[in-house]
Design a protein. Structure first.
Length: 105
């Protein structure tokens, strides 16, 4: 192929469980579902707000691990947004010609 290399777009899928989940994602999802099942067995389902409370942990954890395009999942977007807004917003120039530019303050 004329000394050119073709890298597949989905090279990270081989390191994921079922091609979608990281181990932490499955632990988070399992914890939410188990907590919902424990609440389901311990609370009575007489009112709608009780059903919502019981289903909330499982639904929240399932929402966080939903795979989406251009990111891994919703949890990774939340983490990226948090680190963007809490880290330094002004960046120093460190390009290939940094030695050619004089500092102007």
């Amino acid at each position: 192929m004329n000394d050119s290399y073709l890298i597949p777009a989905n090279t990270k899928n081989g390191s994921l469980i079922l091609g979608i989940f990281k181990p932490f994602d499955l632990i988070l999802l399992g914890t939410g579902i188990v907590l919902s099942l424990i609440l389901l067995m311990s609370l009575s389902m007489d009112y709608t707000w009780q059903v919502v409370i019981v289903l909330f942990p499982g639904a929240l954890c399932a929402f966080l691990v939903i795979p989406i395009p251009n990111y891994h999942n919703i949890l990774s977007i939340i983490i990226d947004c948090y680190t963007f807004f809490t880290n330094r917003q002004r960046y120093e120039w460190k390009g290939w010609c940094v030695n050619d530019v004089k500092d102007s303050k």
